[in-house]
Design a protein around this ligand. Structure first.
Ligand code: PEP
Length: 237
């Protein structure tokens, strides 16, 4: 499964020191087990750094403002990312859409801005429970709306399907539902497509084996080295 992409979203967890320890431990583990898959880690912005690793570990930003620098209190821009050679960003995560109230227009503006600068963009889409309950066509329409203003054929795009009802809830979408929904998305984008939503050591292998699933974006279960290691072990088989 070395062609799968695994990504860890730390959200508002970890410090600068614990992130460095985490990266070192995972790098060592990947070397020992000869696991070659590309691993992306999205630490909080205070822990961004340029780490020297032996494996394919990429550090990305969970968020940044579409600006080089300026007066955007509390935000970071390109200047702060470039200091550490960061060229990967997460855009459209459901927590930013729902808790931080980012609109589709703003998400699309951010996407365009970072695309113009060649960033690898992990772009998240996913429906809330009421839309899922309304059926597959409602889900398709919802996901299409979340792609308004987004170049879904952008060469450095990685899509992540993350149903809101599965994020941080312990409730994972079934393999059948992931396969069905990924097929809907693959009909309008040929970019790599990850699944995210309560991926854990118990289900990662099954999820990565779903046809049309190119990897996993993992929150909660990725925060401890032990959790990440046990998921990577499963991926290795
Ligand atoms: C996420 O936040 O992208 C995520 C998938 O979280 P969790 O794994 O905790 O559901």
């Amino acid at each position: 499964m070395d062609d799968k992409i695994v990504a860890a979203n730390f959200k508002t967890n970890h410090t600068r020191r614990s992130t460095a320890e985490y990266v070192e431990a995972i790098d060592l583990f990947l070397s020992e087990k000869k696991i070659g898959l590309p691993l992306y880690i999205f630490p909080p912005s205070t822990a961004l750094d340029s780490f020297e690793t032996k494996n394919s570990i990429h550090i990305g930003a969970q968020n940044a403002y579409p600006t080089v620098k300026g007066s955007f209190t509390g935000e970071i821009g390109l200047q702060q990312l470039e200091e550490f050679g960061i060229d990967t960003i997460l855009v459209g995560h459901s927590e930013r859409r729902h808790i931080l109230k980012e609109t589709q227009e703003f998400v699309a503006e951010k996407f365009r801005w970072f695309k113009e600068r060649g960033f690898t963009i992990f772009y998240c889409i996913g429906e809330p429970l009421e839309v899922r309950k309304a059926g597959e066509e409602a889900v398709r329409q919802y996901l299409l709306k979340q792609c308004e203003g987004i170049d879904t054929s952008y060469e450095n795009l990685v899509l992540a399907y993350e149903p809101v009802w599965a994020i941080g809830t312990g409730k994972t979408a079934t393999p059948e539902l992931i396969e069905q929904t990924h097929a809907l998305i693959k009909a309008f984008s040929d970019r790599p497509l990850l699944y995210g939503g309560s991926v854990k050591p118990q289900n990662i292998k099954e999820i990565l084996e779903v046809p049309g699933c190119d990897g996993a974006l993992i929150g909660t279960s990725s925060w401890e080295v032990s959790g990440m290691v046990s998921m990577l072990r499963k991926v290795k088989g």
